[in-house]
Write a protein that binds this ligand. Structure first.
Ligand code: TXA
Ligand code: MG
Length: 331
C-alpha cells in the first residue's frame, strides 16, 4: 500500500494550508496537522472531540529537528533516539519557549517522535522541504476521543469519515498499539505509557530497568485516564479457569457474548463469536484493536477477554485491555 506522488503532494498542500491529514504510522494511524500552526492543531481537537488540555505528540523527519522543539535535552534522551528512532518511542522533553500551548496542553514539555513507517517518514520529509527543515506534524491517534485507536485506513474512515479531508493509506500498522512514552524531562527517565519498546529494551540503553509511572494524577498522558481504547459494547476480563463457567452463565441469562482469547474455543458451548489471538505479546498487540473493533460490531451484549499471562512482556497489552474494560459500554 503506497500513496502516489499526487497523494503526497495533496497531503503536503493540505498541511501547509492548515488542514488535517490522517497518516499511517507503524503503531496506529495518526490525525496530523502542522504542529507550528495553532489554528490547524485546534482542528485536531475538534475532529476528535478531545479535551484541549491533552498534549499531542510532534512527529519529526529526523533527530536534527529535535533542538528546534526541545531544550536541555539530556544525554540519555539522545541515546534513546539513537537506538530506537525511527520507531515506536516518544520522548517527553523540556519544550522550546515558542512551541504552541495548543500542542503541549500548556505544559512546559513536548512529546517528540520520529516514526518508523515509510509513508509517515516520506510525508514528514516532503513537509519539511515545503515548510522548513525542522517542521513537525502533531498527531494523536486518529480515533474519536476515548475510542479504539485505528490500525487501518478503513478504521480511520469509520472513526472520522468526512471530518478529515485526506486519509493516506499505508496498509495495516505493524505494531498495532501506541508508542512507548518515556519522560526525560525530570531527571531519571520514567515510562508514562508502556508499548512495543518494553522495559527490557530500555534497560539495554539505560543500564537498569526504568521506573514506570503508576500514579493517576492529572492527565498528562491522555492514555493514562482510566477509560480509554474502548468499544461501545461492555467488556469484561475473565481468567482462563473461570471462562467456560462465565460464558455458560451468560448464555443461561440469554446474553450473547463474543470471546477474545489466545486459546482454541471449547468443543461445546460455543459463544456467539470466538476471536483466536496470537499467543505471543507482539502478535497479540498487532491484532488487538482490530479484534476489539470486530467484536464491537458482532452484535453481542458482552465482549469477554480471557485474562493475559502476567509477565512484563505482556504489560503494554494488559494496560490497553484494562483501560478498554474501564471505558467500554458507554456508547
Ligand atoms: O504511537 C503513537 O504514539 C501514536 C502515533 C499516531 O504516533 N500517537 C498517539 O497519540 O498515541 P495520542 O495523542 O493518542 O497519545 C499520545 C499521548 C497522549 O496521551 C498525550 O497526553 C501524551 O502522549 N503526551 C504528549 N505530549 C506530552 C507531554 N508533553 N507530557 C506528557 N504526555 C504527553
Ligand atoms: Mg489516542
Amino acid at each position: 500500500m503506497t500513496p502516489s506522488d499526487a497523494d503526497y503532494l495533496r497531503a503536503v498542500d493540505l498541511l501547509v494550508a492548515g488542514e488535517l491529514v490522517a497518516i499511517p504510522t507503524e503503531t496506529v494511524y495518526g490525525l496530523g496537522a502542522d504542529a507550528a500552526n495553532p489554528a490547524a492543531v485546534a482542528k485536531i481537537f475538534a475532529a476528535k472531540g478531545r479535551p484541549a488540555d491533552h498534549p499531542l505528540i510532534v512527529h519529526l523527519a529526523g533527530h536534527d529537528a529535535v533542538d528546534h522543539w526541545a531544550e536541555q535535552v539530556p544525554a540519555v534522551a539522545w541515546e534513546l533516539m539513537e537506538t530506537f528512532w525511527p520507531g515506536p518511542l516518544t520522548l517527553i522533553l523540556k519544550k522550546q519557549a515558542w512551541v504552541p500551548d495548543a500542542v503541549t496542553g500548556g505544559q512546559d514539555t513536548v512529546g517528540l517522535r520520529v516514526p518508523g513507517h515509510p509513508v509517515a517518514l516520506e510525508l514528514l520529509r516532503r513537509f519539511a522541504r515545503a515548510k522548513g527543515e525542522d517542521a513537525g506534524i502533531a498527531a494523536p491517534s486518529a480515533n474519536r476521543f476515548g475510542r479504539i485507536s485505528p490500525t487501518t485506513a478503513e478504521h480511520v474512515a469509520e472513526e472520522l469519515g468526512d471530518r478529515v479531508p485526506l486519509i493516506l493509506d499505508g496498509g495495516p500498522c505493524k505494531v498495532g498499539i501506541e508508542s512507548t512514552i518515556i519522560d526525560c524531562s525530570r531527571g531519571e527517565p520514567v515510562v508514562l505509557r508502556p508499548g512495543h519498546i518494553s522495559p527490557l529494551h530500555l534497560e539495554a540503553v539505560l543500564g537498569r530497568l526504568p521506573e514506570i509511572e503508576t500514579s493517576n494524577g492529572a492527565p498528562r498522558v491522555s492514555g493514562s485516564l482510566e477509560a480509554h481504547y474502548a468499544p461501545t459494547t461492555p467488556l469484561r476480563l475473565v481468567s482462563g479457569e473461570r471462562l467456560l463457567d462465565f460464558i455458560n452463565a451468560q448464555r443461561h441469562r440469554g446474553g450473547k457474548c463474543a470471546v477474545i482469547s489466545a486459546n482454541q474455543p471449547p468443543q461445546a458451548g460455543m459463544p456467539h463469536a470466538w476471536r483466536l489471538m496470537p499467543a505471543d505479546p507482539v502478535g497479540y498487540a498487532h491484532d488487538l484493536y482490530a479484534a476489539l473493533r470486530d467484536m464491537d460490531h458482532a452484535g453481542v451484549d458482552l465482549i469477554v477477554v480471557e485474562a493475559l499471562p502476567s509477565g512484563a512482556d505482556w504489560a503494554a497489552v494488559a494496560d490497553r485491555l484494562r483501560r478498554a474494560a474501564a471505558g467500554a459500554g458507554q456508547g
